[in-house]
Design a binder for this molecule. Structure first.
Ligand code: SAM
Length: 235
């Protein structure tokens, strides 16, 4: 496998069973709904993955853009949500071509670890241009370099216990350990950020930002940030 996008485009074992797949995305959708500022909001879920419950977010906003780089995932999103009038499935290139100030909320959950730092810096520019005045960027599920793979595994097991898929989660963790994900993680790495580093990076990119608690999803060992563009940079 060449890169992370090819991994997400493949038939991967990240979700240990159908129940995990469903409750993961139900959780993320309800967390995103809490961030939506109004029914008139234009919302972008960047690196949305399968977004199984995106219809629940769309019910709380004017337009929901689902941006996904993996073509096979995009096809499934289109099949799932093509009939919902206020959901648009878009490519990263289509997002980059959107009108300035056309979004009120941008969420990127569990994305930054799969981007190189320079890719994130480029996206921060794009997102800043797209945010309408008063709009917010939420970056979530960011891995602190101090966070261990063991802590991630324990958080998944706890989530699984609460949601009735503990045995499958144990088996899934073993499978993931033996899978391409582990190999790719060793080969490509995951990008991590300490809290102070992320705040500086956002400030340097022209955002006022603060830590957002709780994180989106079940893993509270990971971090979320809420950022708004400031007047410090032109454009
Ligand atoms: C860990 S999944 C997260 C999915 C979802 N946001 C969630 O919270 O479950 C990361 C997703 O980001 C997508 N992705 C990776 N790099 C991307 C990029 N540069 N632009 C858009 N999507 C990207 C992957 O294809 C994958 O579906």
């Amino acid at each position: 496998m060449r890169d992370w996008i090819s991994y997400w485009d493949s038939d991967h074992p990240i979700y240990v069973n159908a129940r995990h797949f469903d409750v993961h995305y139900a959780n993320i959708a309800s967390d995103i709904v809490r961030l939506v500022p109004s029914k008139a909001a234009r919302v972008l879920d960047y690196g949305c993955g399968e977004a199984l419950h995106a219809d629940k977010i769309a019910a709380h906003c004017a337009t929901l853009y689902l941006c996904e780089a993996a073509p096979t995932v995009r096809t499934r999103l289109q099949e799932r949500f093509g009939k919902i009038a206020n959901i648009a499935v878009v490519t990263p290139e289509e997002v980059a071509a959107m009108e300035p100030e056309s979004l009120d909320l941008i969420v990127a959950n569990s994305l930054l670890q799969y981007l190189k730092r320079n890719e994130l810096l480029a996206l921060l520019k794009v997102w800043r241009r797209l945010l309408a005045p008063g709009g917010a960027l939420v970056l979530a599920d960011i891995i602190d370099p101090k966070q261990s793979a063991l802590a991630d595994a324990l958080s998944l097991l706890n989530f699984a216990r609460k949601n009735g898929f503990l045995t499958a989660a144990f088996i899934g963790l073993v499978k993931t350990t033996l899978s391409d994900y582990r190999k790719l993680r060793a080969q490509l790495g995951l990008t991590t950020y300490a809290e102070a580093e992320m705040l500086k990076l956002l400030a340097d990119a022209g955002y006022d930002a603060a830590r957002l608690r709780p994180n989106l999803g079940h893993n509270q060992g990971r971090m979320a940030f809420r950022a708004q563009k400031n007047a410090a940079l032109a454009g």
